[in-house]
Design a protein around this ligand. Structure first.
Ligand code: ATP
Length: 820
């Protein structure tokens, strides 16, 4: 027998006996079967060690185990020994256990020795039958071992599967748990939010109820006080009446006794006469008492009516807290005070003592009155006086009331002393209050106590809220102060004195004169002037060319308006030769098609006020002055047109003096300061002032300002949250033009005007130079102009000077003077 290697690759083997091929029925795995098997396992990976071992071994195991029992006896019958080809045998060895290797080798060696001659001719090796049998047995054992291993593997796979399934299950459970945990968390969050909302609502509601209750409680206390007062008054009156009645009784008793005695001794007629006299005598004072009684009755009815009204009011739509409900709180508080303060304790003791004495007295009185009534009843049975009986009833009930009040007071005072709360039995009022607070909240003493405690807590909360509000206001105030400070720092960084230069367009007169344009704006900060000695350049904080609109100019200046509203002094003035455009810059053209800085500032002030109206209240006031020939004049005071034309008549005008108050704020004494509540009102005041200004025609300007116009606008702002007040001043000055007398053609009073103007401008120049050079002394007092502008020049004030210049060659000298 030999094992053929053909088909070994597919795992099929054939056995040959004595050179005769027996057939392929011993093939371990036929090709068809192998393919079918592979098809069933094609979904599995051959790389998988388990699967690949199956691919090789499984068919061998199954087929051999089936086929071997039949084949072994067959082989036994066929002697001599089968042969195994060496190479084929080697191939077989690959698929069998190593244990059989040595045995097979031994068998082969024996066969080799027995058939040595044949080996030289034929490569087939014959092995003894026993060896073949041994070999087959070995194969069977191997197969058995393989079957065992396969079973183990199957078991292992099953275990793996179960483990994986278990893991999967756990993972799924974990996922589900996670999902529900998340859901639970979300629900909790929603619940928290709802709870928060409910608490907020409760707090709001409690706040409302508390304030309402406190209000009602104080009202109730007031009513109780007034009741107590009126009761005391009534009691006093009752006491007096009782005294009177007792007196009357004392008077009438002996008379009646006498009448009774006389009855027995004298005859009936006389007795009747005496009785009548006695009765008539006793009835005289009784009449007065009856009248008084009537009054008392009336007043009592009146009180009763008032009480009914009060009770009706209690049942009004707004439920009122009963006094008895709030009483425990009051007692609780009073007890706390009494136990804390020795003085209060002593006072309480005194009150208890006094109340006790009063109670004893009232009880005595009641007792006496009751006795008197009984006695009187006995008497009235005889006299049949119904009115008297009614009077006693009334007084009795009054006294009973008083005694009850003293008893209640006694109880309350004892409660205050011990700290215990009295029982609540004002059931109607309690149920009304429970409608608000919820059922069962105050039905018991504990409930009432908790309401009281809630009240105290809410009072504390209110206190806290107030403190928080105070803090917020403080923060807000400090934040605002910081804003002002930083705004001011930024403005200061730009320079406390800023100088702008504005070149006006060439005028018709200048065109007619044919003068060349010698002034040019090089950049936003530089002006160049062509002089006979060459081109000169001048630096400014800002340069505006002839094309610059009024709006653009204002845009660069209106930040200073905010500073004035913030409480700083700000001064904006235009400077330059006559006809250079100062009035145009400050006021605008005559028709106000191009309004200047002044009217625009008026609007800006009220715009800012409007923006801040919720946080501040503002007061705007203004004075408008003219400095003409070294004389200050109030422009609100209207002088006759002739007076304006003739300067001599100014002596009659009201004298205006420049003064400074303690804070250093300049004010014009003798000048009127008018309030304005809108930009329109302020502008109307301004127009009124302008109408009184000195203007006349010069050679240089048809409408030349012959005076300095000083408009002072004071803005007082009051912080609505903390009540702080700050005042800032915006000074807007349109200066008269510097001029050369010869050029302007000034004569007589105009020459005087020009001298005065030039003097004041020179003084202003000196002040500005000193400030710019940060000199220790600034010559403010040299001129009225500098005096009036003092609080707006230097110090913390912000100053903006606009130098107006002409571009024309004919004004070159004046332009250079202005620029230098
Ligand atoms: N930027 C400008 N754009 C157009 N016109 C201007 C401008 N500046 C000045 N003017 C015109 O030039 C003329 C003189 O100007 P304005 O009266 O303002 O000069 P002034 O410096 O105020 O003179 P004075 O000192 O004599 O009062 C006016 O008719 C004015 O309209």
């Amino acid at each position: 027998m030999y094992v053929n290697s053909s088909g070994a690759e597919n795992g099929s083997y054939s056995l040959t006996f004595l050179g005769k091929k027996v057939g392929r029925h011993h093939s371990v795995a036929p090709a068809g079967k192998q393919r079918a098997w592979e098809a069933t396992n094609q979904s599995t990976s051959p790389e998988d060690p388990v699967v690949s071992s199956r691919l090789v071994r499984a068919p061998v195991t199954a087929q051999v185990l089936e086929d071997l029992p039949g084949s072994v006896p067959e082989l036994k019958d066929e002697r001599p020994c089968p042969i195994i080809h060496n190479t084929q045998f080697d191939q077989y060895e690959d698929n069998t256990a190593g244990q059989s290797e040595s045995q097979l080798s031994d068998s082969c060696d024996a066969t080799d020795q027995a058939t040595a001659a044949e080996q030289s001719q034929d490569v087939k090796i014959y092995i003894p039958y026993e060896s073949a049998e041994l070999c087959i047995t070995q194969i069977a054992e191997d197969m058995e071992a393989m079957k065992k291993r396969h079973l183990e593997m199957v078991q292992e796979l099953e275990e793996n599967f179960q483990m994986t399934a278990r893991e999967n299950q756990e993972w799924t459970v974990q996922r589900i748990r996670c999902h529900y945990q998340n859901k639970l968390n979300t629900l909790r969050r929603i619940l928290d939010l709802y709870q928060e909302k409910v608490e907020k609502k409760n707090a709001e509601w409690e706040k409302k109820v508390t304030s309402k209750m406190l209000e009602l409680f104080s009202n109730r206390l007031d009513v109780l006080h007034s009741h107590q007062a009126s009761t005391l008054q009534e009691l006093q009156m009752a006491r007096q009446e009782v005294g009177k009645v007792q007196e009357m009784l004392m008077v009438s008793s002996p008379q009646q006794e006498a009448a009774v005695e006389g009855e027995s001794s004298e005859n009936n007629g006389l007795s009747a006469q005496l009785q009548t006299v006695a009765c008539s005598e006793s009835e005289q004072p009784l009449e007065g008492a009856k009248a008084r009684l009537e009054e008392l009755k009336e007043s009592l009815y009146q009180r009763e009516r008032e009480l009914t009204e009060l009770l009706d009011a209690e049942r009004s739509p707004i439920p009122q807290p009963p006094c008895s409900v709030l009483l425990p709180t009051v007692i609780h508080k009073a007890h706390a005070i009494c136990s804390a303060v020795a003085e209060a304790r002593a006072l309480l003791e005194e009150m208890i003592e006094e109340n006790h004495v009063a109670l004893v007295e009232a009880r005595d009185k009641l007792y006496h009155l009751q006795m008197a009534r009984e006695y009187s009843n006995d008497r009235e049975e005889e006299t049949t006086d119904q009115d008297r009986s009614a009077e006693y009833e009334l007084r009795l009930s009054l006294l009973q009331e008083t005694v009850r009040e003293y008893e209640v007071s006694q109880l309350a005072l004892d409660c205050i002393k011990t700290g215990e709360s009295p029982l609540v039995n004002d059931s109607d009022a309690v149920s009304e209050l429970e409608d608000i607070l919820g059922p069962g909240t105050i039905r018991t003493t504990e409930g009432a106590k908790s309401v009281g405690q809630q009240l105290l807590l809410l009072q504390d909360e209110l206190k806290q809220v107030k403190e928080e509000k105070k803090k917020i206001i403080e923060n807000y105030t400090s934040e605002r102060t910081m804003r002002k400070k930083y705004y001011n720092v930024v403005e200061d960084m730009k320079g406390k004195i800023r100088v702008f230069c504005r070149i006006r367009p060439v005028s018709q007169t200048e065109t007619a004169q044919g003068g060349a344009i010698v002034v040019d704006k090089i950049d936003d900060y530089t002006v160049s002037v062509e002089t006979p000695r060459g081109l000169r350049e001048f630096q400014f904080d800002q340069v505006f060319s002839a094309e610059t609109s009024q709006e653009d100019l204002f845009h660069d200046t209106n930040r200073l308006i905010q500073s004035a509203i913030d409480g700083y002094n700000v001064c904006i003035f235009a400077y330059g030769q006559t006809g250079s455009g100062k009035t145009f810059t400050m006021v605008g053209d005559k028709e106000q098609k191009n309004p200047g800085l002044m009217p625009r500032s008026f609007n800006a002030i009220f715009d800012i006020i409007q923006e801040n109206s919720t946080k501040f209240s503002f007061k705007v006031s203004a004075y408008m002055l003219e400095l003409y020939n070294d004389r200050l004049q109030d422009l609100f005071v209207s002088l006759a047109g002739e007076a304006h034309a003739q300067p001599q008549s100014h002596g009659q005008a009201r004298r205006v003096e420049i003064k400074r108050n303690r804070k250093g704020v300049v004010f014009a004494q003798g000048a009127e300061t008018k309030e304005a509540s809108s930009a329109q009102e302020l502008y109307a005041l301004f127009q009124q002032a302008c109408a009184n200004r000195h203007i006349s025609a010069t050679k240089m300007n048809v409408e030349s300002s012959r005076s300095h116009l000083i408009v002072g606008i004071m803005v007082e702002s009051r912080n609505l949250t903390n009540g702080s007040v700050s005042t800032g001043k915006l000074s807007l000055v349109d200066l008269a033009g510097s001029e050369r007398a010869a050029k302007t053609g000034a004569k007589d009073h105009q020459l005087k005007e020009a001298n005065s103007i030039n003097k004041s401008l020179s003084a202003l120049g000196d002040v500005i130079s000193s400030l710019s050079a940060e000199m220790p002394h600034v010559p403010y007092r040299n001129n009225k102009l500098t005096q009036v502008m003092q609080d707006s020049l230097g110090g913390n004030a912000k100053t903006l000077m606009i130098v107006n210049i002409s571009p024309s060659e004919c004004n070159l000298d004046e332009t250079l003077t202005s620029l230098l």
